[in-house]
Design a protein around this ligand. Structure first.
Ligand code: ADP
Length: 394
């Protein structure tokens, strides 16, 4: 059964087509600079990557090219072969699992736009465009937030006036849930043990950490009401004191939107180092003696370690720490620096085992008190799996 996994962004659209339930990737691709000049798309097929420069004035045009590619490459003979389309949706409020998109959801979902103004409306555009071309194909919404819905009020509430939660939904939602869930399921399956307590560290451009109890339920996660808080990220601050916002508004004569833009787009690795949001540039800078790059690395690693220590306490001890996403999978230095900051927990990794990129591997020593693994994430496959399950249940 062929299932398409879709991630629509404001100027991009990513897709992967899977043969399910095998999880075999048939074709994948990204449309970029949609609605902007110099738009193009690239597709990966049979291990080859092809780039095509085309005009993409909107998402509808992108989906038309996508369908053409599937047909001309004979991956499908007719559109009926696509039996399910799973859409990544950023914030699903208090939905606690992936759902089939029906009229009720389409009516309710605009109420959630305000919770993620940059993502939710464009996720809806993705859904609508696919509906135009494939009105009878079953579609699902797979939320970044739903895995975190097992958090209790003790974790998800902020100590703000309670009415803010009741009236406006001010609470921690948590993000990257699809990735944390994939990593958690993968490590449980690998170790053949279901009662594990797991701390998943998704370290990429955006980063978050999740504490998962022995029942596989999220107890806490580091992102919050929005994906701005928690760890230090490529361009996002992570945790800061909210009073900084009005203070800088006055000092720099800025609007709240301008300061929020600074916190979202000009902070984190980029903000501290002044060099780049990309961890590779930061690593290179530090190696060449740039003190601010060195500081960025130290601050970021320490923040990760502090969250791990806090979650280890929350879980009353943990069995496995997993590293995933661009930095977590690829940066041996980041992993080493994080673990070096966790001496109080007796976690140890073997530098030789840690000297690897993008591979599933145990990197902790035999005498480490907590096992440490690299677990490459696959959010697209998780979306396809959820969609496959919902399609076959129908
Ligand atoms: P996104 O949140 O956009 O999905 P990714 O998970 O792809 O982000 O992570 C992007 C980050 O991963 C960047 O900071 C990049 O430097 C880092 N990264 C990717 N590959 C490597 C690598 N080989 N070595 C070190 N860092 C890497």
């Amino acid at each position: 059964m062929k299932i398409l996994s879709v991630n629509a962004g404001s100027s991009s659209l990513k897709f992967t087509l899977f043969e399910m339930p095998a999880g075999e990737e048939l074709i994948s691709g990204t449309f970029e600079r949609i609605g902007i000049n110099n738009s193009f798309y690239s597709i990966k097929l049979n291990g080859e990557k092809i780039k095509k420069e085309v005009e993409l004035d909107n998402h509808k045009t992108a989906v038309k090219y996508l369908i053409d590619e599937l047909l001309t490459n004979k991956i499908i003979v007719s559109l009926e072969e696509l039996e399910g389309i799973g859409h990544r949706v950023l914030n699903g409020g208090e939905y606690n699992k992936s759902i089939i998109i029906d009229d009720e959801f389409l009516n309710v979902f605009p109420n959630y736009f305000e919770l993620a103004p940059l993502h939710n409306p464009v996720n809806m555009v993705g859904i609508e465009v696919f509906k135009e071309y494939l009105p009878n194909t079953l579609m699902t919404a797979v939320f970044d937030t739903s895995f975190h819905q097992t958090m209790k009020k003790t974790e998800y509430l902020y100590a703000t006036p309670y009415e803010w939660y009741e009236n406006y939904g001010v609470r921690k939602y948590g993000y990257h849930g699809t990735s944390h869930r994939y990593v958690d399921l993968t490590i449980r399956e690998h170790l053949g043990q279901n009662d594990l307590k797991v701390i998943t560290c998704h370290l990429g451009n955006g980063s978050s950490i999740t504490a998962i109890n022995s029942k596989g339920e999220v107890v806490d996660t580091s992102m919050g009401f929005t994906p701005l808080v928690g760890l230090i990220m490529g361009t996002r601050t992570g945790d800061i004191d909210a009073s900084i916002i009005p203070y800088i508004m006055k000092k720099e004569n800025k609007t709240v939107d301008e300061v929020m833009n600074d916190l979202n787009k000009k902070s984190g690795f980029l903000g501290i180092s002044g060099v780049s949001s990309d961890s590779r540039d930061i690593e290179n800078g530090a190696e060449e003696g740039n003190e601010l790059c060195d500081l960025t690395q130290k601050m970021a690693a320490r923040r990760v370690a502090n969250y791990v220590a806090m979650y280890n306490n929350l879980l009353e001890g943990s069995d496995v720490i997993c590293f995933t996403a661009g930095i977590g999978e690829n940066s041996a230095l980041t992993r080493q620096m994080v673990i070096d900051n966790l001496k109080s927990l007796g976690v140890k990794i073997d530098p030789q085992l840690n000297d690897v990129r993008g591979k599933f591997r145990k990197i902790s020593t035999e005498d480490s008190k907590i096992m440490v693994y690299i677990v490459p994430t696959n959010e697209e496959l998780m979306i396809a799996k959820d969609t496959y399950e919902l399609v076959t249940k129908e």
